[in-house]
Write a protein of this length. Structure first.
Length: 228
C-alpha cells in the first residue's frame, strides 16, 4: 500500500497563520483600522457640523503652506524678496499660514466646547492640541526666516526671552542656519505626521456624538401658577 500525504500548504497560507512580525502588523492594522472606517461611504448626520468643516479647511491650508514653502526653499530669500513671482509665492505662503491658524483655532475651540475627549477620545484631543502648539513654533521660526528687518527685530528680542528660560544653549534665534533648518525640515515633518495621526485616530474612533440633554427628573416639571 502506498501512503497518501496531504499537499503542501501554499506559502501565502503559511504567512497568514505564521507568527512573523509582518503578518502580525498587518492583522493589527486591519483590526484597528478597517477599510470601512478608513474610507467610509456613510457618515452620521452630526458630521456635517461647521466645527469639522473648520478642521478640513485647516488641513487644506496646511497643504498650501507646505507646497508654497517647498517652492520658497528652492529659490531662497533673494528670490522671494526681489522677484515679482517670488513675492507672489511668499504672499501665498503667508496668507495660507493665517488661514491655517484661524481655522485651527476655530476647530480647536469648537471641539473644546463639544467636549470631544469623551468616549475614549482623549488621545485624539491631546494630539490636536500638540499640533496647534507645534504650529505656533513653526510660525515663529518662519517669521525669523524672512530675512528682512522684521525678522532681525523679532530674532533679537526673542533671543533675550529664550535665554531667560535657559533654552538659549539649544535654540538660538540669531542663528539663521539653525532656524531655517528647523523651519523647513524638522517642524513641517513633525506637524504633518501629527496631522496624519490625528486623522487616523478620528477614523479609528469615529466622530464624537453631540452632548445629549439631561433627561427630566420626576418633579422637575413646571407647575402652573395659581391665578391671582
Amino acid at each position: 500500500m502506498t501512503s497518501q500525504t496531504d499537499p503542501p500548504e501554499p506559502a501565502t497560507q503559511k504567512a497568514e497563520t505564521g507568527s512573523n512580525w509582518t503578518a502580525a502588523i498587518r492583522r493589527a492594522v486591519e483590526h484597528r483600522l478597517p477599510w470601512d472606517n478608513l474610507l467610509p461611504d456613510r457618515q452620521p448626520f452630526f458630521v456635517g457640523s461647521w466645527v469639522y468643516v473648520f478642521g478640513v479647511v485647516a488641513i487644506t491650508s496646511l497643504v498650501w503652506v507646505i507646497g508654497s514653502g517647498v517652492v520658497l526653499a528652492f529659490f531662497g530669500p533673494s528670490w522671494w524678496h526681489v522677484s515679482g513671482i517670488g513675492r507672489f509665492v511668499n504672499s501665498i505662503h503667508f496668507w495660507s499660514v493665517q488661514l491655517l491658524f484661524v481655522f485651527a483655532v476655530l476647530h480647536l475651540w469648537g471641539q473644546y466646547f463639544m467636549a470631544s475627549w469623551r468616549d475614549g477620545r482623549a488621545t485624539t484631543w491631546v494630539v490636536g492640541v500638540v499640533i496647534f502648539l507645534a504650529a505656533l513654533v513653526t510660525g515663529f521660526t518662519g517669521y525669523i526666516a524672512q530675512q528682512n528687518l522684521d525678522a532681525q527685530w523679532i530674532a533679537v528680542n526673542a533671543k533675550d526671552a529664550i535665554n531667560a528660560t535657559g533654552a538659549g544653549a539649544f535654540f538660538n534665534p540669531l542663528d539663521f542656519g539653525q532656524i531655517y533648518g528647523i523651519h523647513v525640515m524638522l517642524l513641517p515633518i513633525g506637524v504633518t505626521v501629527l496631522v496624519v495621526l490625528h486623522v487616523l485616530q478620528v477614523r479609528m474612533r469615529g466622530v464624537v456624538k453631540p452632548i445629549e440633554p439631561d433627561a427630566p427628573k420626576p418633579g422637575d416639571a413646571a407647575t402652573p401658577s395659581s391665578a391671582t
